[in-house]
Design a binder for this molecule. Structure first.
Ligand SMILES: Nc1ncnc2c1ncn2[C@@H]1O[C@H](COP(=O)(O)OP(=O)(O)O)[C@@H](O)[C@H]1O
Ligand SMILES: [Mg+2]
Length: 277
C-alpha cells in the first residue's frame, strides 16, 4: 500500500507468473502502484525487472495471474491497449532521433496538424519551448526547440523523453534503468525530472539496480529477487543505510526477515534519514 496518493491503484498485478522456454522468470509477483506514487523497483541483473515491465506495457503475456487497471481486470493486454490505458515506457534503448530537433522528437509520430493537413510547426515549437522551460527547467539560451538531440546530455535526453510522455497524457511513466550510462550529475538531473512526474500528479515506476539512484525520489521501494518479490519498503520508514543493508541480505539469502531489523527500524524512524548519492 502506498504512503502517498488517493488510494486508487492505476495498476495492480496479482500472482503473475512468467517463464521463457521452461525457465521461471517471474514467480507469483503481486504489485500495486498507487496514484501519484513513485515506486522504485530494485533488483540485480536478471531479477526479472524488465520482464515485469514488459508485462505491464503489454509486450509480454503472463502465463498466469491478473492485471488490473484502475481496479478493473484487463484481459489480453497488448501494447496498444496499455498505451490507451495511459502507460508509457521510457526505455533506455528506445533512442531519440539524434539528428532531429527537440520539437520534432517530442511530436514524432503524433504531430499537430492544421485543417488542410499541414504540420503546425509554429505551434509545435511553441509547446516545445513551454515544456522545456516549465517542465524540464531548461534555462540555457543555447537550447531552443530547434536544437538537435545530439547536443543534449544523457540526463537531458531522459528528461526530454519524460516530458514527451507527460505531454501525451501518460498517467503511468515507466523508466527502465534510466540511469544507465549517466554521470552522477546527470543522474541528479534525471531524479529531478522524475520528481516532476509526481508534481504533475502522475505515477511512475523507476527501475534501477542501484538503491542510491532511486531512494531520494521513491515513495516506496520494491525489491525483486530472482523473479520473486523479496520486500516492499516505504522510504518514510526505512533509511537509506537500512535499505542498503536489507538489499545485501536479500542478495545473500533471497529473502528479508524484518525481525532481524527491528532495532535499526526504530532508529531510522527517529532520525528520518535522507538519502545522499
Ligand atoms: N524474451 C526472452 N526470452 C528468453 N529469456 C528471457 C527473455 N527476456 C528475458 N529473459 C530472461 O529472463 C531473466 C530476467 O530478465 P530481465 O527481466 O531482463 O531481468 P532484469 O531486467 O531484472 O535484468 C533473465 O534470465 C533473462 O535472460
Ligand atoms: Mg532490465
Amino acid at each position: 500500500m502506498g504512503e502517498r496518493g488517493d488510494g486508487r491503484a492505476p495498476i495492480e498485478l496479482r500472482h503473475i507468473h512468467k517463464s521463457f522456454g521452461g525457465v521461471r522468470v517471474l514467480e507469483d509477483v503481486s504489485l500495486r502502484l498507487s496514484s501519484g506514487e513513485v515506486l522504485g523497483l530494485l533488483g540485480d541483473n536478471g531479477a526479472g525487472k524488465s520482464t515485469l515491465i514488459k508485462i505491464i506495457t503489454g509486450v509480454h503475456r503472463p502465463d498466469g495471474g491478473t492485471i488490473l487497471f484502475d481496479g478493473k481486470e484487463v484481459r489480453g493486454l497488448n501494447v496498444d491497449k496499455a498505451r490507451a490505458l495511459g502507460v508509457e515506457a521510457v526505455y533506455q534503448e528506445r533512442a531519440l532521433a539524434e539528428q532531429l530537433s527537440l520539437w520534432r522528437n517530442i511530436f514524432m509520430g503524433r504531430p499537430i496538424t492544421r485543417p488542410l493537413g499541414f504540420l503546425d510547426v509554429r505551434e509545435m515549437r511553441r509547446i516545445t519551448s513551454e515544456l522545456m522551460g516549465e517542465s524540464m527547467g531548461f534555462t540555457s539560451a543555447a537550447l531552443t526547440p530547434e536544437t538537435r538531440v545530439t547536443g543534449l546530455s544523457g540526463g537531458e535526453r531522459q528528461g526530454l523523453a519524460i516530458v514527451r510522455a507527460l505531454h501525451f497524457e501518460a498517467d503511468i511513466i515507466i523508466l527502465d534503468e534510466p540511469t544507465m550510462g549517466l554521470s552522477l550529475k546527470e543522474t541528479d538531473k534525471l531524479v529531478h525530472f522524475v520528481k516532476g512526474i509526481r508534481t504533475a500528479g502522475k505515477s511512475s515506476i523507476f527501475i534501477d539496480h542501484n538503491i542510491f539512484h532511486v531512494y531520494s525520489v521513491a515513495d516506496r521501494i520494491v525489491v525483486l529477487d530472482r523473479g520473486r518479490i523479496a520486500g516492499d519498503f516505504p522510504t518514510t520508514r526505512y533509511s537509506l543505510e537500512e535499505l542498503t543493508e536489507i538489499m545485501r541480505e536479500v542478495a545473500a539469502t533471497g529473502s528479508f526477515k524484518p525481525e532481524r531489523h527491528r532495532a535499526t527500524e526504530a532508529a531510522s524512524e527517529a532520525d528520518g534519514a535522507e538519502g545522499a548519492s
